[in-house]
Design a protein around this ligand. Sequence first.
Ligand SMILES: [Zn+2]
Length: 73
Amino acid sequence: MTEIPDFHGPHFGPPQADHVKLTWYEATYRARWIRVVSPSCECNRTLYELCAAGGQGFVRRTDRTEGTTHETA
Ligand SMILES: [Zn+2]
């Protein structure tokens, strides 16, 4: 019998001492194509994605329980 390994992406930890508080905005249509550069692990309730679109970088936060999505500037 073959064992199927668990695949996990990066998990986020508690805030670090010198962390910067982000401002979250309602998700907007900012570009036709948004490339996800680095997503956090799918096993968490909240998914964070480092995104790139139209020469800009931003972070997208999706709460899958509430069905809400917010983005940084
Ligand atoms: Zn995980």
